[in-house]
Design a protein around this ligand. Sequence first.
Ligand code: GAP
Length: 476
Amino acid sequence: MTTSTSKLSMENLASLCKRRGFIFQSSEIYGGINGFWDYGPLGCELKRNIREAWWRDMVLNREDVVGLDCSIIMHPRIWEASGHVGGFTDPMIDCRSCKKRFRADQLFEELGIEPETGSEIEKKFKLPPGTKCPACGSLELTEPRAFNLMFKTYVGPVADESSVAYLRPETAQGIFAQFSNVMSVSRQKVPFGIAQVGKAFRNEINPRNYTFRSREFEQMELEFFVKPGTDQQWHDYWVEERMRWYQSIGLPKESITKYVYGKEELAHYASACVDIMYAFPFGVQELEGIAARGNFDLGRHQEYSGKSMEYFDADTQEKFVPHVVEPSAGVDRIALALLCNAYREEWIPKEGPAVEAEPGKPVPEGYELRTVLRFAPRVAPVKVAVFPLLKNKPELVAKSREIFTGLRRHWNCFWDQTGAIGRRYRRQDEIGTPFCITVDFQSLTDNTVTLRERDSMQQVRISLSELTAELDRRMG
Ligand code: GAP
């Protein structure tokens, strides 16, 4: 398995994300709220690019997948049928003395205690006598209990048991609940998929690692319905597709790995599950789970709703409840992985190539520090920045504005006319803009501009008539 070797400090990354407007603490002016995050102007562009890349590759570029957008609050019976009301829990242990609440598996890991095997929380996470609270040192830790992660609310003016509803903890169940409607309108035949992107909510006991484990997050889920017996072949297919997709958005092959579940780790209805993992600075962690879930979900909704979820195969004249393969990814985790992967601190000499900065060491004589986000152009929040060489020369500004307006029709562009050109390049490097265009006096006479590439910092002179095509080629 890949180990995390990154020298990146999460503090440095979080500081850049705040300073440049990627990620803010939610409700910061009131002291923040644990497990919730806001995305600033650049962060929401990054997330939008992730969603759009996923939607393009999973829905628009395929003929066998259609989209859906369900409500966040649905009938509470959905969550009974899915098993979330009864079993969507994490094991929890409290400290009666300092009131700190721990997720039992994380507490065991922190204390270096191996949990018992089996699924019964009370037995699996029973603490050895004399275990001290790692926060306050008291002996007041409670027995382990199951804690349901769903956020509860009430629908309508009366807050009683009859009006209880839940914020969805996953987008998947909306897809299962609408399976028959989508099936009847989309003229699809099994095998086919239904995709959905949207918010999900989990009252995580211990949100941590920046945005990695949040209480409100966004999922991109595909339910791919297949003929019983073809589950394995489709599961293998989707694992490979999804591994390729992560590379297409700029995560290097060596940074992503598969975690293949053993038979004993699988839910009773699942025949296979693979997690796609990324080597974050805080450890190798899940970006996406791909599970072959049999016909458990459609079967349960058929049972609980009394409505048929069967599919009639006109070719074989067979009726069956389709099985499903589910690639389920998180937008926020992918955004965090892309930020971690992109972040670099480099030492730049007056001439010659940049070298990676050595953590904790001062910048050597004759070098300058540059912080750069090496995003793949496909996900970069800003694709092109346009600068007039000088802001007090109206002819340069007019020409640059014309170029800026033209390029904006194709890509998200940034206009900057203040400060020395070198400083403007650095500002763009820090937000990961792959290309900068500078308009100078030569541009006024021969219609050429300077095109500067972020990673190599190389500049070429290019004719305006070729600029859009060249940028398009370089965007990949
Ligand atoms: N329908 C299947 C499902 O929801 P999951 O493994 O619980 O499976 C899928 O979640 C993905 O959603 C995860 O791989 C992760 O990317 C994202 N995710 C889950 N919980 C999250 C959390 N608390 N914060 C951020 N992302 C989360």
